[in-house]
Ligand binder design. Structure first.
Ligand code: NAP
Length: 496
C-alpha cells in the first residue's frame, strides 16, 4: 500500500509498508481549531522497535550502495519536493500556522539543502596524507554510523527533517524519523519525497507517536548508533544524557535567546526592519528569532518608536490569507506560554509599547493568536531577556556603548545566533570576535542560514557537531584512520 501525497491523514512507514497503528490522534489547524485537518497514526513502543529493526536489516545493503547512487536517489527526492512544493507549503500553513509565504520560503530552503546533500554523494569522503613510513598510504575515510534516529520539532517541520535525513542517507546510514506530534502531516510529506524517490525498503522509516514512548525508544534502543535531535533544552539535555550512557553519537540543537545589537552609527531604518523581521517572522517561533534588541542609548528613543509603529502595523490572522503577516502560535500550550510571559514582563517592570494581548474580533476566536508585542526599558535581570519565549514578544534593552552591548548580548545561557548593525568595520570585527554564538550576522537579521554553512549554537544551545554543509555529513559518519603498507614486506622502524 502506498500513501497518497494528497491525503491529509497520516500513516507511518515501517519496513516499506504504510501502517495505521492501533490509535490515532486528530490533527488541528491552530488558526481555526474547528478545522480538523486529518487523523494521524499514534504508534507505541513496539512499532518503534519494529522500525529500528527494519532499519537495522536494511543497513548492510544500503551502506554497500555506492554513494553516487545514494546521491542520485536524493536528486530524485529533490525533483519530487519541487513537484510537491505547494502541497507541502499548504499543509505546513494549515498544520503549523505560519503564513503561506513563510511556508513557501521554508520549502524552497529545504529543496536547496536537499540538493546540496544529494551532491555530497560525489564529493570526497576522506583525505590522503603523507605517512612517516615509506611505501605506506596514510589516509582517513568516512563511514556510516549505522541506524540513526532523527527527532524533530514542529517549528520548521519541513526544513529540519530534510536537513537531517538527507545527510544521514547520503552518508550510508539507515534512518528512523519521528516528527513532532503537532506536525505529523508535513513530516509524512517530507518522508514521502524520500521514499517515493526509490529508497529500498527499511532505509527510511517514519514513525508518528509520543516523545515519551516512540521518541524514548529511538534514543535508548541499542541498535541505534546515532541520534540527531532538535527541540527544547529540557528534552534535549535529558536525551543527550541517555544517548551518552548508551554510547551513541548525539547531536542536539536546542533553545535560543538571540540578540540584535544596534550601535550608535547603525542605519536605523535597516536595523529596525531586520529586528521586526527577526522578532515576528514565523510568529517568533524560530530558534534564531530576535527576542532581544540591545540598543545604544543615543538612538534608543528613535528605535523604540519605530519598533512600536512597525509591530502595530503587523496584520495577525490565518496564514492562508495573503494580507496576513503573522500567524498563530502552534497550539494552546504555546499560546498560554506567550500570554504568561506578557504578564511576567509587566510584573518585572518592562514598559509595553505595542501589542500585549489577544487581538479582538470574530476571526480570532478559534485560533491561538497574539498581537506583535514590544516591551521597552527591559534589562538583563528580567525573565523576558533571559528565557526563551518562542512567541511574538520582543524586549528592548538600552545600553551605553559597545562594551555594554557585548556584555548584555552574552549575558544569557544560550548561544545560537546574533546580529550587529554598524557601519564601523572595527566594531563589526570586534563583535564577531567577542560574541558567544554559533551564527553571527553583521547588518543582517538574526534569522536564516545557508545550506553550505554550518548551523548550530554554543553554550546551552548545542550539544555535539553542527548541522548542514559538510558538518552535517560528518555527524552521521565515523572516521577511520588507515595505514596501508603496499609492499606487505617492510619492517616498521620509526615507532616513537
Ligand atoms: P520539544 O518539546 O523538545 O520536542 C522536540 C521533539 O522531541 C518532538 O518530536 C518531541 O515529540 C520529541 N520528544 C519529546 N519528549 C521526548 C523524549 N523523552 N525522548 C525523545 N524525544 C522526545 O521541542 P518543540 O516544542 O517541538 O520545539 C521547540 C523548541 O525547539 C524550542 O526550544 C526551539 O528553540 C527549539 N529549536 C531549536 C533549533 C536549533 O537549531 N537550535 C531549531 C528549531 C527549534 P512530541 O512532539 O511527540 O512530544
Amino acid at each position: 500500500m502506498s500513501s497518497d501525497p494528497r491525503s491529509t491523514d497520516v500513516l507511518s512507514h515501517i519496513d516499506g509498508e504504510w501502517i495505521s497503528g492501533r490509535e490515532t490522534r486528530p490533527n488541528v489547524n491552530p488558526a481555526d481549531t474547528r478545522e480538523v485537518i486529518g487523523v494521524s497514526a499514534h504508534l507505541g513502543r513496539a512499532e518503534a522497535v519494529a522500525a529500528i529493526e527494519a532499519a537495522h536489516r536494511a543497513l548492510p545493503a544500503w551502506r554497500e550502495t555506492p554513494a553516487p547512487k545514494r546521491g542520485a536517489i536524493l536528486f530524485e527526492a529533490v525533483r519530487l519536493m519541487k513537484e510537491r512544493a505547494e502541497l507541502l507549503a499548504m499543509a505546513m500553513t494549515r498544520e503549523e500556522g505560519k503564513t503561506l509565504t513563510e511556508s513557501r520560503g521554508e520549502v524552497l530552503k529545504s529543496i536547496i539543502c536537499l540538493e546540496y546533500m544529494a551532491g555530497e554523494g560525489r564529493r570526497p569522503i576522506g583525505q590522503v596524507v603523507p605517512s612517516e613510513m615509506s611505501r605506506t598510504m596514510a589516509y582517513h575515510v568516512r563511514q556510516p554510523l549505522g541506524v540513526v534516529s532523527i527527532i524533530t520539532p514542529w517549528n520548521f517541520p519541513v526544513a529540519i527533517p530534510t536537513w537531517k535525513i538527507a545527510p544521514a542517507l547520503v552518508a550510508g546510514n539507515t534512518v528512523v524519523f519521528k516528527p513532532a506530534s503537532v506536525t505529523p502531516l508535513t513530516g509524512r510529506l517530507v518522508a514521502e519525497c524520500f521514499i517515493d524517490a526509490g529508497l529500498p525498503k527499511g532505509v527510511l522509516n517514519f514513525v508518528t507517536g509520543g516523545g515519551g514512548t516512540v521518541g524514548d525508544e529511538l534514543v535508548g534502543n541499542p541498535l541505534v548508533r546515532g541520534v540527531s535531535f532538535t527541540g527544547s533544552n529540557e528534552i534535549g539535555m535529558a536525551l543527550a544524557r541517555q544517548a551518552t550512557e548508551t554510547r551513541k553519537k548525539c547531536q542536539c540543537e536546542m533553545g535560543g535567546k538571540n540578540p540584535m545589537v544596534i550601535l550608535a552609527d547603525a542605519d536605523v531604518d535597516l536595523a529596525v526592519d531586520a529586528t521586526l523581521q527577526g522578532a515576528f517572522g514565523s510568529t517568533g517561533q524560530r530558534c534564531t528569532a530576535t527576542s532581544r534588541v540591545i540598543v545604544d542609548r543615543s538612538v534608543y528613543a528613535e528605535v523604540v518608536e519605530r519598533l512600536a509603529a512597525g509591530a502595530k502595523a503587523i496584520k495577525v490572522g490565518n496564514g492562508l490569507d495573503p494580507t496576513v503577516k503573522m500567524g498563530p502560535s502552534v497550539d494552546r500550550g504555546q499560546h498560554q506560554t506567550v500570554l504568561e510571559y506578557i504578564a511576567v514582563a509587566h510584573a518585572d517592570g518592562a514598559r509595553l509599547v505595542a501589542g500585549g494581548g489577544v487581538p479582538k474580533g470574530p476571526e480570532y476566536e478559534h485560533g491561538f493568536f497574539t498581537e506583535a508585542t514590544v516591551f521597552a526599558d527591559a534589562h538583563m535581570g528580567m525573565r523576558i531577556t533571559q528565557e526563551e519565549v518562542f512567541g511574538p514578544i520582543l524586549a528592548v534593552v538600552p545600553v551605553d556603548g559597545f562594551d555594554a552591548a557585548i556584555e548584555a548580548a552574552n549575558g544569557v545561557r544560550y548561544g545560537l545566533s546574533a546580529s550587529v548593525y554598524t557601519r564601523d568595520l572595527v566594531l563589526a570585527q570586534r563583535f564577531i570576535d567577542a560574541i558567544e554564538v554559533g551564527i553571527v550576522h553583521v547588518n543582517n537579521p538574526t534569522v536564516g542560514g545557508e545550506a553550505q554553512m554550518p548551523f548550530g549554537g554554543m553554550k546551552d544551545t548545542g550539544v555535539g557537531q553542527r548541522e548542514m554543509g559538510t558538518f552535517g555529513v560528518d555527524f552521521f559518519s565515523e572516521t577511520k584512520a588507515v595505514y596501508l603498507d603496499y609492499t606487505a614486506a617492510a619492517r616498521r622502524t620509526n615507532i616513537y
